[in-house]
Write a protein that binds this ligand. Structure first.
Ligand code: ADP
Ligand code: MG
Ligand code: MG
Length: 896
């Protein structure tokens, strides 16, 4: 097809948002299903893109607009701006995704000094005509000519004051005529040009301005934050005007077909009589509810309800709409699928299934894991009295209460004495890290969702509100000035909601999530309609999903909770923490031992403790697989800090030289070993399988503890399913060394306590392992991708070092769309997962493959793992329901 830039509403439909923009596509859709939409046409995003590339309107566009305008004039039986009975139009921007920062709508285009007289005569209403004209000059002045809005509103307020009136409708026709003269003078003064009288010039300038507005700073910033491509462009809708400002029988309104907050049935919205455009949402006069409309204008009300029912049936979803009533006749000006809270999303999906509008699979598509996660966070009690100080961006969810502190050192100090603190900063930087770690929550007055505070807080799972601009943070004065009055000082208690971005004064009581209580088995599904909506969706997800969901759990308590939350086993049981606390001493003994007997003694002491750990976990996960990772981190992590110990020994030496007690032998030996084990780059050092090969006794002891525990469980009638997992394998030869040792232990245990079925597999967390997965699979019974390390090793950066230093800059520069630790880098790291899985299965058909990084609980990553054909994901117990839901959604979204 040649160049076609302009489409009549009758030519489009809702599935062409990319070309027609969301607003245009839906106007076309409504037109085509017979709803009363004022006629008009759409200048497509193709034209905008051409304009953005060339800097001028594309060839042929003008002729096409001529043609469509002529057709519109014919339909309406009047010409644009014609002096006796003018056609007026609205010029409205509309991109594929709705976006702030784009040009505001200009209404009443076509009015000028002559046509305003014609309009007054045909409408037989002087006041209405001049009201429309003053609106045009103002809107055109601000949005097309770029004049500050205050210039006009100042003049408007001055006039109202002069006349002694408060409400717009109280101004007379003469007042408004005078106002137009003032406005026109203001245009000349501020724009250096007169207000254009030629209707077609008004239209062309407005269209041009819409295209230009694609690149305003605000629009660009928003697109960058929301990862919307800069190349989409916007469409322009040119729509015949209808008038809500023609007296009492007219008005304008906005409505939702159901309650977007709760999801409950019923009509929700606002209506304003004798008003035009944004008046209804601008708060200039008190609005009425849609229910009031029933009283004022029953016919229009019934028509509105009839149309909303049609829209819901047609879109099979909750819609939001804009409408205008002109002297008793209802016109639809916009619709789209409405935004809603997580709670509403679940309720609406459930209700629509019951109403037969959608099926169960569609219901599953309509809710997201992110929404479920939001419902699982503890919440501030909505019934409690709360004083809102400001609203920023909800950057990392949760409800946090604490005392305000202004710097990292204070946060650390106060937290150490047991206080809950909220770290409040203008913005954070890497120096604030310690404070962020100890704080209950983080609040900043600047920065968006990719600011340092937001990125780091999300990485740590810490509640964070950022960009609360109504707060003026003065760190040196140790206080926050609240824009609407009030001051918050250091030590004052505040409450921040990382989901809604709200900041409250004082302590707001926190209530447990009902949904969590349900997963815990404390609240039955039937007791509450939200809970039952969630439960039904979960059932559907569980029955369809291919991915199994396991949990990362290292304690019997976590294992039990994970199981209640629906985990089908443990995908990662870390053993490091089992060497801390009192047992640290035994690890020290192991390291400082200078002969095999001493070493064995330390291991012998650890064995029964480890066995007990595993026995309890097998019991909690009876009948389900438990993947236990042999010890991974470098040994120095279990030893005292090098600097501290060096200082302590140096002090002792000094004392000794001055004739005091000699240096403690144990300290001296320990220091030697700490020095020996010290690494410049522990992440790439002696850890994982390397440790197991260097100090075989450690892995052997762990394997024995696992197998003995399993044998003991079997002996008492349990059904343990141990899977022993070896970390950080790069070569099948490493794996084989350990595998052999485990086989020996297994034989011994079988002899002593009876045989247990078990698997020995490996983590795939080094690029080399993924690339040589076919070799490794010859020996390994199963694979589990450790995507945290795999991400670090693939990108070559360590999370602890880089996340707080340069990630926010990388995000701002668009190098990352999202942190690769939050959501799998499917292109790079994901490719290794794919290669590893395929190669592994090529050597061992049916090889069981899972993933145990934090990505196992991330929706986007889960869809990817589903696509690659993994057998399961493993995530923290709390994320298990989210993973179950997304694994189910992965199936139904594939089917569409
Ligand atoms: P937004 O994208 O901000 O919603 P819209 O283009 O929908 O902007 O329009 C802003 C206001 O102008 C809305 O309140 C709408 O009702 C009104 N409006 C838009 N087109 C017309 C029209 N043809 N006649 C009367 N009012 C209109
Ligand atoms: Mg609108
Ligand atoms: Mg690892």
């Amino acid at each position: 097809m040649g160049t076609k830039f302009v489409y009549d509403f009758a030519e489009g439909d809702k599935d062409h948002k990319e070309l027609l923009g969301g607003k245009g596509a839906n106007l076309a859709e409504m037109t085509n299903i017979g709803l009363p939409v004022p006629p008009g046409f759409i200048i497509s995003t193709d034209a905008c893109r051409a304009f953005l590339v060339d800097g001028t309107l594309p060839d042929g566009l003008r002729a096409e607009v001529d043609e469509h305008l002529a057709r519109l004039e014919q339909t309406m039986g009047k010409r644009l701006g014609q002096s006796d009975d003018p056609l007026l139009v609205a010029v409205r921007s509309g991109a594929a995704v709705s976006m702030p920062g784009m040009m505001e709508t200009v209404l009443n285009v076509g009015l000028n000094d002559e046509s305003v007289v014609g309009l007054a005569r045909t409408a037989d209403d002087e006041r209405f005509a001049w009201d429309s004209y003053r609106r045009l000059v103002q809107m055109f002045g601000v949005t097309v000519l770029g004049i500050e809005g205050d210039v006009f509103s100042g003049a408007f307020d001055a006039l109202k004051q002069e006349r002694g009136v408060t409400e717009d409708p109280e101004l007379s026709a003469d007042d408004l005529r005078a106002l137009v003269a003032t406005y026109k003078a203001l245009v000349e003064q501020h724009a250096g040009r007169p207000f254009p009288q030629e209707p077609r010039e008004q239209l062309d300038l407005a269209v041009d301005a819409v295209f230009q507005s694609w690149n305003t700073d605000r629009a660009r910033l928003y697109r960058r934050q929301e990862r919307i491509s800069d190349d989409l462009g916007t469409a322009v809708n040119v729509v015949a005007m209808v008038f809500g400002n023609r007296g009492a029988g007219s008005g304008t309104g906005v409505a939702f077909t159901r309650d977007p907050a709760s999801g409950n049935q019923g009509v929700y919205g606002d209506y304003l009589e004798n008003a035009q455009g944004e008046d209804v949402v601008a708060g200039i006069r008190n609005t009425l509810t849609i229910a009031d409309l029933e009283r004022i204008d029953k016919t229009s009300y019934d028509e509105l309800l009839r149309i909303m029912a049609i829209l819901e049936k047609h879109y099979r979803d909750m819609c939001d709409i804009e409408f205008t009533i002109e002297r008793g006749k209802l016109w639809m000006l916009q619709t789209r699928v409405g935004k809603r809270t997580p709670e509403a999303a679940f309720r609406i999906a459930r209700h629509m299934i019951s109403e037969g509008l959608i099926d169960e699979d569609e219901g599953l598509r309509r809710v997201t894991g992110a929404q479920l996660a939001q419902l699982m966070f503890p919440r501030f009690d909505e019934a409690a009295e709360r004083t809102l100080l400001a609203t920023g961006m909800g950057a990392s969810p949760g409800a946090a209460v604490g005392k305000v502190v202004f710097d990292s050192a204070t946060a650390v100090e106060w937290a150490a004495r047991g206080e809950d603190v909220i770290l409040v900063r203008k913005e954070t930087n890497p120096d604030d890290l310690q404070g962020m770690v100890v704080a209950r929550g983080i609040l900043t007055s600047r920065g968006g969702k990719t600011s340092h505070a937001a990125v780091v807080a999300r990485g740590m799972g810490r509640t964070c509100v950022c960009g609360a601009e109504a707060l003026d943070v003065d760190v040196s004065a140790r206080s926050v000035q609240v824009r609407d009055g009030g001051v918050v000082n250091e030590g004052d208690v505040i409450s921040i909601d990382g989901t809604t971005g709200e900041v409250f004064a004082g302590e707001v009581p926190v209530s447990d999530s009902l949904i969590v209580q349900h997963f815990e088995g404390e609240v039955p599904a039937a007791s509450n309609d939200l809970v039952s909506a969630v439960a039904r969706v979960m059932e559907r997800a569980d029955s369809g999903r291919r991915l199994r969901v396991r949990a990362n759990a290292d304690t019997p308590e976590d294992a039990a909770r994970a199981r209640r939350f629906g985990a089908e086993g443990i995908g990662l049981c870390r053993t490091e923490h089992m060497f801390l606390g009192e047992r640290r001493q035994l690890v020290e003994d192991l390291i400082v031992a200078d002969n095999e007997t001493e070493q064995q003694a330390a291991l012998d002491a650890l064995l029964p403790l480890q066995r007990q750990d595993f026995t309890e976990i097998f019991e909690a996960m009876d009948g389900l697989p438990v993947t236990i990772r042999l010890i991974d981190p470098p040994l120095h992590e279990f030893l005292p800090d090098l600097t501290e110990l060096s200082v302590a020994v140096a002090l002792q030496e000094q004392r000794q030289q001055q004739g005091g007690d000699p240096v403690d032998d144990r300290d001296r030996v320990l220091l030697e070993h700490v020095r020996r084990l010290h690494e410049q780059n522990p992440m790439l050092g002696l850890r994982g399988v390397r440790l197991g090969i260097l100090i075989p006794g450690l892995f052997v002891m762990q394997a024995r503890a696992i197998l003995e525990a399993a044998a003991d469980r079997k002996a008492v009638g349990g059904d343990p399913r141990p899977e022993i997992m070896i970390p950080l394998v790069a070569s099948v030869r490493e794996f084989d060394v350990i595998r052999l040792k485990i086989a020996q232990v297994a034989a011994e245990v079988a002899e002593e306590r009876g045989a247990v079925d078990h698997l020995v597999g490996t983590m795939i967390e080094l690029p080399r392992a993924a690339i040589l997965a076919d070799h490794i699979a010859e020996s390994a019974d199963f694979f589990s991708f450790g995507t945290n390390d795999l991400t670090q090793m693939t990108w070559g950066f360590s999370r602890d070092d880089v996340e707080s230093s340069f990630f926010s800059t990388y995000l701002d520069n668009g190098i990352f769309d999202i942190s690769p630790f939050e959501s799998l880098d499917t292109q790079g790291v994901g490719e290794l997962v794919r290669i590893g899985t395929e190669k592994g299965r090529s050597a061992r058909p049916g090889l069981h493959v899972g993933v145990c990084g934090e990505h196992g609980g991330d929706p986007r990553s889960i869809h990817f793992f589903h696509g690659v054909g993994l057998d399961y994901v493993s995530c923290s117990p709390f994320r298990v329901p989210v993973a179950r839901l997304e694994a189910g959604r992965a199936v139904v979204s594939e089917q569409r």
